[in-house]
Design a protein around this ligand. Structure first.
Ligand code: DGL
Length: 276
């Protein structure tokens, strides 16, 4: 009988939970394993080499748990490590396993979400510096003018639950306004960091209803549904009992408390060391 196993989902910290919750909504029958590398988050300001090493360790951990399919639910790791893992590491690890990211699915959809064809990208310093969104958008919607802005304070604010403080809101306001000043014609903004949906309503409040603020979770989930419908060889390898297991490289009690706030449900995680 064919061995089946859960879909692996990985992020530097809690952000990937915003993607995971959409995956669970659209694929409720599947099993998932989530890994947050919270002990080493944030990844946003780290170099290519470091993000690549960390992401590969995370992917290998999820593979070691049997996952045939891993979603890197982190833009920074998708921008800095995904291609190397897909092209250089995966062929050596397994010819059957797959690793997918969050940038390509998002850029495939953005063209349909703007009228002015002026799109803003908000992300970590690493994601913005990589230019990944501009590069991918050129392929799918070359008519779009892309303006980017890095928000290095946002992940630490969210990870530390300070995003609703007066100071936290000040940082958020400042960055949103800085992006709009660069291009006032922007009518769609991609939250190109999986942590940012937590502050989506605040960002929408600043911008008003004329700007479409886009969270990636629903798009990534839709694209995965489509991917599985086209790849029956992968679909058959996935287990379907509707379960979820959480792993963190941090203290599990700290993870449980914060992850429970993120997902608004009680989480019980397991601690894991993933360094070689
Ligand atoms: N959620 C990650 C992303 O989408 C956060 C990166 C970080 O750890 O700084 O980019």
């Amino acid at each position: 009988m064919l061995q089946t196993a859960p879909i692996g989902v990985f992020d530097s910290g809690y952000g990937g939970l915003t993607v995971l919750s959409e995956l669970r909504k659209q694929l409720p029958e599947y099993d998932f394993i989530y890994l947050g590398d919270n002990a080493r988050a944030p990844y946003g300001n780290r170099s290519y080499d470091v993000v690549y090493d960390f992401a590969l360790e995370a992917v290998n951990f999820l593979f070691s748990k049997g996952s045939p399919l891993v979603i890197i639910a982190c833009n920074t790791a998708s921008a800095k490590a995904l291609r190397s893992i897909q092209q250089n590491d995966l062929p050596k690890i397994s010819l059957e396993k797959r690793v997918l990211g969050v940038i390509r699915p998002s850029t495939e959809e953005i063209g349909a979400l703007t009228h002015t064809k002026h799109v803003g990208i908000l992300g970590t310093t690493g994601t913005i510096q990589s230019g990944s969104y501009e590069i991918e958008l050129k392929k799918f919607a070359p008519e779009i003018t892309v303006t980017q802005h890095a928000c290095p304070m946002w992940v630490p604010l969210i990870e530390n639950n300070r995003h609703n403080s007066i100071a936290g809101k000040m940082f958020i306001d400042e960055d949103v306004k800085a992006l709009m000043e660069k291009d006032p014609l922007i009518d769609a903004i991609v939250l190109a960091c999986t942590h940012y949906p937590v502050i989506k309503s605040h960002i929408q409040e600043i911008l008003g209803s004329n700007v479409n603020v886009i969270a990636q979770g629903p798009i990534v989930a839709e694209k995965l549904v489509d991917y599985l419908s086209r790849h029956s060889e992968m679909e058959k390898m996935l287990s379907k009992n509707g379960t979820i297991r959480y792993f963190t490289t941090e203290n599990k009690h700290v993870f449980d408390e914060k992850a429970s706030q993120f997902l608004e449900e009680k989480i019980r995680s397991e601690h894991v060391e993933i360094t070689n």
